[in-house]
Write a protein that binds this ligand. Structure first.
Ligand code: FEO
Length: 169
């Protein structure tokens, strides 16, 4: 059985995953209307779906353990970006925030001696290592490319490989 405080903390994480899904959907849509960023758009559409899965996994866990998973209210995310680079910087910043939130949950599970939740959260710990890695790799690439148009062409062409290399679907 989840404690009240653990349940609240997990529901906060549900909200953060839903907000991530929303934020990446906005990134996908913005990329979709830029010339030559078709695969970047695809990358964020896929990423958005994945965040929704993270949310659902948490919701099922909360309910299974005798809690009540709450569907969160969401604000409109940032929908336009001044550049591709700034969008990817936001992506990394967001993933770092998610990692730190997961770490706090792990801390709380340990301090409450809630080993079932602690065990459940290990999947998210590994997932965040992977997500942060992907976001960092992409930011590093964009830094290297700068304003070079052929570099940006290759960046878009190869972006889905970043997911495959990271063991993503
Ligand atoms: Fe589910 Fe990328 O945080």
């Amino acid at each position: 059985m989840l404690s009240k405080s653990m349940q609240e903390a997990l529901n906060q994480q549900v909200k953060l995953e839903a907000a991530s899904s929303h934020a990446y959907l906005a990134m996908a849509s913005w990329s979709d209307i830029q010339p030559g960023l078709d695969n970047v758009a695809e990358y964020f559409f896929t990423q958005s779906e994945e965040e929704r899965e993270h949310m659902l996994k948490l919701m099922r866990f909360i309910n299974e353990r005798g809690g009540f998973a709450l569907v969160p209210a969401l604000e409109q995310p940032v929908v336009t970006f001044k550049s591709l680079k700034s969008m990817f910087a936001d992506f990394l910043k967001h993933e770092i925030e998610v990692s730190s939130s997961i770490n706090e949950l792990v801390d709380q599970a340990l301090s409450e001696k809630d080993y079932a939740t602690h065990n459940f959260l290990q999947w998210y710990v590994s997932e965040q290592i992977e997500e942060e890695r992907s976001a960092r790799v992409l930011n590093d690439k964009l830094e290297m490319i700068g304003e070079d148009k052929s570099g940006l062409y290759l960046f878009d062409r190869d972006i889905m490989m970043t997911r495959q290399q990271g063991g993503k679907k």
